[in-house]
Design a protein around this ligand. Structure first.
Ligand SMILES: Cc1cc2nc3c(=O)[nH]c(=O)nc-3n(C[C@H](O)[C@H](O)[C@H](O)COP(=O)(O)O)c2cc1C
Ligand SMILES: Nc1ncnc2c1ncn2[C@@H]1O[C@H](COP(=O)(O)OP(=O)(O)OP(=O)(O)O)[C@@H](O)[C@H]1O
Length: 317
Protein backbone atom coordinates (compact mmCIF):
# COMPACT_ATOMS: atom_id res chain seq x y z
CA UNK A 1 0.00 0.00 0.00
CA UNK A 2 1.32 3.45 -0.94
CA UNK A 3 -0.06 6.73 0.36
CA UNK A 4 0.68 9.69 -1.92
CA UNK A 5 0.46 13.34 -0.92
CA UNK A 6 -1.07 14.68 -4.13
CA UNK A 7 -0.60 13.11 -7.56
CA UNK A 8 2.14 10.58 -8.37
CA UNK A 9 5.19 11.62 -10.37
CA UNK A 10 5.17 10.48 -14.03
CA UNK A 11 7.50 7.60 -13.08
CA UNK A 12 5.14 6.41 -10.36
CA UNK A 13 2.03 6.62 -12.58
CA UNK A 14 0.37 3.30 -13.33
CA UNK A 15 -2.89 2.27 -15.07
CA UNK A 16 -5.48 2.50 -12.31
CA UNK A 17 -9.03 1.78 -11.21
CA UNK A 18 -10.04 4.79 -9.13
CA UNK A 19 -12.77 5.61 -6.58
CA UNK A 20 -13.27 9.27 -5.72
CA UNK A 21 -14.63 10.70 -2.47
CA UNK A 22 -13.94 11.70 1.11
CA UNK A 23 -14.49 8.20 2.54
CA UNK A 24 -14.72 9.56 6.08
CA UNK A 25 -15.50 6.54 8.26
CA UNK A 26 -15.19 4.04 5.36
CA UNK A 27 -18.79 2.93 6.07
CA UNK A 28 -20.63 -0.05 4.57
CA UNK A 29 -21.71 2.08 1.55
CA UNK A 30 -18.06 2.93 0.87
CA UNK A 31 -17.09 -0.72 1.45
CA UNK A 32 -19.65 -1.93 -1.15
CA UNK A 33 -18.35 0.56 -3.70
CA UNK A 34 -14.72 -0.38 -2.97
CA UNK A 35 -15.46 -4.12 -3.25
CA UNK A 36 -16.75 -3.45 -6.80
CA UNK A 37 -13.60 -1.43 -7.50
CA UNK A 38 -11.23 -4.17 -6.31
CA UNK A 39 -13.05 -6.81 -8.43
CA UNK A 40 -12.99 -4.60 -11.53
CA UNK A 41 -9.30 -3.78 -11.02
CA UNK A 42 -8.40 -7.47 -10.66
CA UNK A 43 -10.30 -8.43 -13.84
CA UNK A 44 -8.57 -5.68 -15.84
CA UNK A 45 -5.06 -5.80 -14.36
CA UNK A 46 -5.37 -2.27 -12.87
CA UNK A 47 -4.22 -0.96 -9.49
CA UNK A 48 -7.18 -0.38 -7.11
CA UNK A 49 -6.81 3.23 -5.91
CA UNK A 50 -8.67 5.88 -3.95
CA UNK A 51 -8.54 9.59 -4.68
CA UNK A 52 -9.50 11.49 -1.57
CA UNK A 53 -9.20 15.07 -0.35
CA UNK A 54 -7.18 16.01 2.70
CA UNK A 55 -8.15 18.29 4.36
CA UNK A 56 -11.89 17.77 3.72
CA UNK A 57 -13.08 20.31 1.11
CA UNK A 58 -15.33 22.07 3.67
CA UNK A 59 -12.32 22.81 5.88
CA UNK A 60 -10.87 24.84 3.05
CA UNK A 61 -13.75 27.35 2.82
CA UNK A 62 -13.36 29.75 5.78
CA UNK A 63 -17.05 30.76 5.73
CA UNK A 64 -18.20 27.13 6.19
CA UNK A 65 -18.10 25.11 9.41
CA UNK A 66 -15.68 22.21 8.91
CA UNK A 67 -17.27 18.77 8.77
CA UNK A 68 -16.72 16.85 12.04
CA UNK A 69 -14.30 13.98 11.42
CA UNK A 70 -15.17 10.32 11.94
CA UNK A 71 -11.76 8.82 11.08
CA UNK A 72 -8.29 9.82 12.11
CA UNK A 73 -5.90 9.70 9.14
CA UNK A 74 -4.46 6.51 10.59
CA UNK A 75 -7.96 4.91 10.71
CA UNK A 76 -8.84 5.97 7.19
CA UNK A 77 -5.64 4.49 5.73
CA UNK A 78 -6.07 1.26 7.73
CA UNK A 79 -9.71 0.79 6.71
CA UNK A 80 -9.00 1.48 3.03
CA UNK A 81 -6.15 -1.03 3.18
CA UNK A 82 -8.57 -3.59 4.72
CA UNK A 83 -10.83 -3.06 1.68
CA UNK A 84 -8.00 -4.08 -0.68
CA UNK A 85 -6.98 -0.59 -1.82
CA UNK A 86 -3.34 -0.48 -2.94
CA UNK A 87 -2.85 3.24 -3.52
CA UNK A 88 -4.33 6.28 -1.76
CA UNK A 89 -3.90 9.70 -3.30
CA UNK A 90 -4.50 12.43 -0.72
CA UNK A 91 -5.10 15.61 -2.67
CA UNK A 92 -4.73 18.86 -0.80
CA UNK A 93 -8.01 20.67 -1.45
CA UNK A 94 -6.99 24.21 -2.37
CA UNK A 95 -8.04 27.32 -4.30
CA UNK A 96 -6.83 25.79 -7.54
CA UNK A 97 -8.95 22.61 -7.21
CA UNK A 98 -11.93 24.61 -5.89
CA UNK A 99 -11.97 26.66 -9.13
CA UNK A 100 -11.36 23.74 -11.48
CA UNK A 101 -14.32 22.82 -13.70
CA UNK A 102 -15.42 19.18 -14.09
CA UNK A 103 -13.73 18.74 -17.46
CA UNK A 104 -10.37 20.19 -16.29
CA UNK A 105 -10.49 17.98 -13.17
CA UNK A 106 -11.06 14.89 -15.32
CA UNK A 107 -8.24 15.78 -17.73
CA UNK A 108 -5.65 17.00 -15.19
CA UNK A 109 -6.31 14.66 -12.30
CA UNK A 110 -7.96 11.46 -13.55
CA UNK A 111 -6.47 11.10 -17.04
CA UNK A 112 -3.07 12.83 -16.96
CA UNK A 113 -2.45 12.60 -13.20
CA UNK A 114 -3.60 9.08 -12.38
CA UNK A 115 -3.89 7.27 -15.72
CA UNK A 116 -7.39 6.19 -14.66
CA UNK A 117 -8.83 3.47 -16.90
CA UNK A 118 -11.84 2.60 -14.72
CA UNK A 119 -13.53 5.05 -12.34
CA UNK A 120 -16.29 4.52 -9.81
CA UNK A 121 -18.46 6.93 -7.82
CA UNK A 122 -21.80 6.66 -6.02
CA UNK A 123 -25.05 7.83 -7.66
CA UNK A 124 -25.03 11.02 -5.57
CA UNK A 125 -21.41 12.04 -6.30
CA UNK A 126 -20.83 15.75 -7.12
CA UNK A 127 -17.61 17.29 -8.41
CA UNK A 128 -16.06 20.25 -10.20
CA UNK A 129 -16.24 23.90 -9.20
CA UNK A 130 -19.40 24.59 -7.17
CA UNK A 131 -20.20 20.86 -7.19
CA UNK A 132 -21.81 21.54 -10.56
CA UNK A 133 -21.24 18.10 -12.15
CA UNK A 134 -22.57 14.65 -11.21
CA UNK A 135 -21.98 10.96 -11.84
CA UNK A 136 -23.55 11.07 -15.33
CA UNK A 137 -21.28 13.94 -16.37
CA UNK A 138 -18.35 11.79 -15.30
CA UNK A 139 -19.70 8.94 -17.43
CA UNK A 140 -19.96 11.26 -20.46
CA UNK A 141 -16.41 12.61 -19.91
CA UNK A 142 -15.15 9.04 -19.50
CA UNK A 143 -16.39 8.18 -23.02
CA UNK A 144 -14.45 11.16 -24.40
CA UNK A 145 -11.29 10.28 -22.47
CA UNK A 146 -11.46 6.49 -22.87
CA UNK A 147 -12.05 5.34 -19.29
CA UNK A 148 -14.96 3.24 -18.07
CA UNK A 149 -17.26 4.70 -15.42
CA UNK A 150 -19.19 2.57 -12.95
CA UNK A 151 -21.96 4.39 -11.06
CA UNK A 152 -22.29 2.38 -7.89
CA UNK A 153 -25.85 1.94 -6.53
CA UNK A 154 -26.33 3.47 -3.07
CA UNK A 155 -26.39 1.15 -0.09
CA UNK A 156 -29.26 1.77 2.34
CA UNK A 157 -29.60 1.19 6.07
CA UNK A 158 -33.28 1.34 7.04
CA UNK A 159 -35.03 3.90 4.86
CA UNK A 160 -32.07 6.17 4.07
CA UNK A 161 -28.70 5.70 2.37
CA UNK A 162 -25.70 5.00 4.56
CA UNK A 163 -23.61 8.18 4.65
CA UNK A 164 -20.84 9.82 6.61
CA UNK A 165 -23.42 12.47 7.62
CA UNK A 166 -25.68 9.84 9.26
CA UNK A 167 -22.70 8.22 10.90
CA UNK A 168 -21.60 11.57 12.39
CA UNK A 169 -25.11 12.11 13.79
CA UNK A 170 -25.13 8.64 15.43
CA UNK A 171 -21.67 9.20 16.95
CA UNK A 172 -22.48 12.66 18.31
CA UNK A 173 -25.53 11.16 20.07
CA UNK A 174 -23.41 8.32 21.48
CA UNK A 175 -25.49 5.77 19.52
CA UNK A 176 -22.67 3.26 19.00
CA UNK A 177 -25.10 0.48 18.04
CA UNK A 178 -26.43 2.52 15.08
CA UNK A 179 -22.85 3.52 14.18
CA UNK A 180 -21.76 -0.13 14.18
CA UNK A 181 -24.68 -1.04 11.88
CA UNK A 182 -23.45 1.53 9.33
CA UNK A 183 -19.74 0.70 9.76
CA UNK A 184 -19.97 -3.08 9.75
CA UNK A 185 -17.71 -3.13 12.84
CA UNK A 186 -17.52 -1.27 16.17
CA UNK A 187 -16.47 2.39 16.10
CA UNK A 188 -12.80 2.79 17.02
CA UNK A 189 -10.17 5.52 16.95
CA UNK A 190 -6.49 4.68 16.42
CA UNK A 191 -3.25 6.58 16.62
CA UNK A 192 0.16 6.73 18.22
CA UNK A 193 0.37 7.66 21.88
CA UNK A 194 1.67 11.21 22.32
CA UNK A 195 2.80 13.16 25.37
CA UNK A 196 0.28 15.16 27.41
CA UNK A 197 0.94 17.64 30.22
CA UNK A 198 1.64 14.78 32.68
CA UNK A 199 -1.06 16.32 34.89
CA UNK A 200 -3.10 13.11 34.81
CA UNK A 201 -0.58 11.35 37.04
CA UNK A 202 -0.97 14.10 39.67
CA UNK A 203 -4.74 13.66 39.49
CA UNK A 204 -4.36 9.93 40.07
CA UNK A 205 -5.57 9.08 36.54
CA UNK A 206 -2.65 8.82 34.08
CA UNK A 207 -3.87 8.76 30.47
CA UNK A 208 -2.73 7.54 27.04
CA UNK A 209 -3.22 10.42 24.64
CA UNK A 210 -4.02 10.32 20.92
CA UNK A 211 -4.47 13.36 18.64
CA UNK A 212 -7.72 12.74 16.73
CA UNK A 213 -7.27 15.80 14.48
CA UNK A 214 -4.06 16.61 12.55
CA UNK A 215 -2.17 19.69 13.84
CA UNK A 216 -3.24 22.92 12.17
CA UNK A 217 -6.65 21.60 11.09
CA UNK A 218 -9.83 23.59 11.89
CA UNK A 219 -11.81 20.35 12.18
CA UNK A 220 -13.27 18.70 15.27
CA UNK A 221 -14.08 15.05 15.92
CA UNK A 222 -17.60 13.74 15.27
CA UNK A 223 -18.04 12.98 18.97
CA UNK A 224 -16.93 14.51 22.28
CA UNK A 225 -17.39 13.71 25.97
CA UNK A 226 -16.51 10.92 28.40
CA UNK A 227 -16.85 7.25 27.42
CA UNK A 228 -16.42 3.69 28.68
CA UNK A 229 -13.88 2.16 26.27
CA UNK A 230 -11.73 -0.87 25.45
CA UNK A 231 -8.14 -0.40 24.32
CA UNK A 232 -6.05 -2.68 22.14
CA UNK A 233 -2.34 -2.44 21.33
CA UNK A 234 -0.99 -2.62 24.89
CA UNK A 235 -0.86 -6.39 25.25
CA UNK A 236 -2.39 -9.58 23.90
CA UNK A 237 -5.95 -8.74 25.08
CA UNK A 238 -8.16 -5.64 24.99
CA UNK A 239 -8.04 -3.61 28.23
CA UNK A 240 -10.91 -1.70 29.79
CA UNK A 241 -10.75 2.03 30.44
CA UNK A 242 -12.42 5.39 30.66
CA UNK A 243 -11.73 8.07 28.05
CA UNK A 244 -12.27 11.73 27.54
CA UNK A 245 -12.43 13.16 24.03
CA UNK A 246 -12.35 16.94 24.05
CA UNK A 247 -10.52 20.21 24.53
CA UNK A 248 -10.00 19.93 28.34
CA UNK A 249 -11.42 23.38 29.15
CA UNK A 250 -10.55 23.03 32.88
CA UNK A 251 -6.81 22.77 32.30
CA UNK A 252 -6.16 24.23 28.86
CA UNK A 253 -7.25 27.14 26.71
CA UNK A 254 -5.55 25.79 23.57
CA UNK A 255 -7.87 24.49 20.82
CA UNK A 256 -6.19 21.10 20.69
CA UNK A 257 -8.42 18.04 20.58
CA UNK A 258 -7.21 15.01 22.54
CA UNK A 259 -8.49 11.52 23.16
CA UNK A 260 -7.21 10.69 26.67
CA UNK A 261 -7.71 7.19 27.97
CA UNK A 262 -7.14 5.99 31.49
CA UNK A 263 -6.60 2.22 31.28
CA UNK A 264 -7.80 0.38 34.38
CA UNK A 265 -5.30 -1.64 36.40
CA UNK A 266 -2.47 -1.07 33.92
CA UNK A 267 0.96 0.49 34.34
CA UNK A 268 3.55 1.00 31.63
CA UNK A 269 5.09 3.29 29.07
CA UNK A 270 3.05 3.49 25.88
CA UNK A 271 4.55 6.62 24.29
CA UNK A 272 4.90 6.20 20.54
CA UNK A 273 2.93 2.92 20.46
CA UNK A 274 -0.03 2.56 18.09
CA UNK A 275 -3.24 1.92 20.07
CA UNK A 276 -6.90 1.52 19.15
CA UNK A 277 -9.71 2.76 21.38
CA UNK A 278 -13.14 1.08 20.99
CA UNK A 279 -16.06 3.19 22.21
CA UNK A 280 -18.58 1.24 24.27
CA UNK A 281 -20.92 3.76 25.92
CA UNK A 282 -21.15 7.53 26.40
CA UNK A 283 -21.10 8.62 30.04
CA UNK A 284 -21.42 12.43 29.87
CA UNK A 285 -20.43 15.61 28.01
CA UNK A 286 -17.20 17.48 28.71
CA UNK A 287 -17.43 20.25 31.35
CA UNK A 288 -15.34 23.18 32.52
CA UNK A 289 -14.81 22.63 36.26
CA UNK A 290 -13.88 25.40 38.67
CA UNK A 291 -10.71 23.61 39.79
CA UNK A 292 -8.64 20.42 39.79
CA UNK A 293 -10.38 19.04 42.87
CA UNK A 294 -13.80 19.10 41.17
CA UNK A 295 -12.28 17.64 37.99
CA UNK A 296 -10.64 14.85 39.98
CA UNK A 297 -13.95 13.98 41.70
CA UNK A 298 -15.73 13.92 38.32
CA UNK A 299 -13.07 11.61 36.82
CA UNK A 300 -13.37 9.28 39.84
CA UNK A 301 -17.16 9.10 39.28
CA UNK A 302 -16.60 8.50 35.53
CA UNK A 303 -14.17 5.67 36.32
CA UNK A 304 -16.71 4.03 38.67
CA UNK A 305 -19.45 4.32 36.04
CA UNK A 306 -17.17 2.93 33.30
CA UNK A 307 -16.21 -0.05 35.46
CA UNK A 308 -19.91 -0.75 36.00
CA UNK A 309 -20.70 -0.48 32.26
CA UNK A 310 -17.78 -2.79 31.40
CA UNK A 311 -18.75 -5.34 34.03
CA UNK A 312 -15.62 -4.86 36.19
CA UNK A 313 -15.48 -5.04 39.96
CA UNK A 314 -15.31 -1.55 41.56
CA UNK A 315 -11.70 -0.27 42.07
CA UNK A 316 -10.03 -3.30 40.54
CA UNK A 317 -10.89 -5.71 43.38
C1 LIG B 1 -12.39 10.22 32.46
C2 LIG B 1 -11.91 11.60 32.18
C3 LIG B 1 -12.83 12.65 32.17
C4 LIG B 1 -12.42 13.97 31.91
N1 LIG B 1 -13.33 14.98 31.91
C5 LIG B 1 -12.92 16.26 31.71
C6 LIG B 1 -13.86 17.33 31.72
O1 LIG B 1 -15.08 17.15 31.85
N2 LIG B 1 -13.37 18.60 31.58
C7 LIG B 1 -12.04 18.87 31.39
O2 LIG B 1 -11.66 20.02 31.29
N3 LIG B 1 -11.13 17.86 31.32
C8 LIG B 1 -11.54 16.58 31.48
N4 LIG B 1 -10.63 15.54 31.44
C9 LIG B 1 -9.24 15.86 31.01
C10 LIG B 1 -8.32 16.20 32.13
O3 LIG B 1 -8.33 17.60 32.26
C11 LIG B 1 -6.93 15.71 31.72
O4 LIG B 1 -6.97 14.33 31.51
C12 LIG B 1 -5.91 15.95 32.78
O5 LIG B 1 -5.73 17.31 32.89
C13 LIG B 1 -4.59 15.27 32.45
O6 LIG B 1 -3.98 15.83 31.34
P1 LIG B 1 -2.60 15.22 30.74
O7 LIG B 1 -2.90 13.93 30.06
O8 LIG B 1 -2.16 16.29 29.75
O9 LIG B 1 -1.68 15.07 31.88
C14 LIG B 1 -11.04 14.24 31.68
C15 LIG B 1 -10.11 13.16 31.69
C16 LIG B 1 -10.53 11.87 31.93
C17 LIG B 1 -9.52 10.75 31.94
N1 LIG C 1 -24.41 4.47 0.74
C1 LIG C 1 -23.55 4.49 -0.29
N2 LIG C 1 -23.56 3.49 -1.18
C2 LIG C 1 -22.68 3.50 -2.23
N3 LIG C 1 -21.81 4.47 -2.48
C3 LIG C 1 -21.77 5.50 -1.62
C4 LIG C 1 -22.63 5.56 -0.47
N4 LIG C 1 -22.36 6.69 0.20
C5 LIG C 1 -21.37 7.31 -0.50
N5 LIG C 1 -21.03 6.60 -1.59
C6 LIG C 1 -20.02 6.95 -2.59
O1 LIG C 1 -18.72 6.74 -2.03
C7 LIG C 1 -17.84 7.78 -2.48
C8 LIG C 1 -17.32 8.51 -1.27
O2 LIG C 1 -18.41 9.08 -0.58
P1 LIG C 1 -18.28 10.38 0.30
O3 LIG C 1 -17.46 10.04 1.48
O4 LIG C 1 -17.76 11.50 -0.54
O5 LIG C 1 -19.83 10.64 0.64
P2 LIG C 1 -20.80 10.23 1.85
O6 LIG C 1 -20.42 8.98 2.56
O7 LIG C 1 -22.21 10.29 1.27
O8 LIG C 1 -20.55 11.41 2.87
P3 LIG C 1 -21.38 12.72 3.23
O9 LIG C 1 -22.55 12.26 4.03
O10 LIG C 1 -20.39 13.54 4.04
O11 LIG C 1 -21.76 13.34 1.91
C9 LIG C 1 -18.66 8.71 -3.39
O12 LIG C 1 -18.42 8.33 -4.71
C10 LIG C 1 -20.08 8.43 -2.95
O13 LIG C 1 -21.02 8.72 -3.98
Amino acid sequence: MHVFRGLPSPLQRIPSAVAIGNFDGVHTGHQALLAGLVDAARERGLVPSVLTFEPHPREFFPHLDPVPRISTLCDKVKRLLDCGIERIYMMPFNEHIAREGAETFVTNVLVNGLDARWVTVGEDFRFGSGRAAGAHDLERLGKEHHFETWISPLLFHGTAKVSSTRLRAALSEGDFYEAEMMLGHPYTMSGRVIHGQALGRTLGYPTLNIAPIPPGSRARPALAGVFAVKVSGLGPAEQCGVASLGLRPTVSSARRWLLETHVFDWKGDAYGRPVTVRFIERIRGEKKFSGLEELQAAIAADARRARQILGLAPNGE
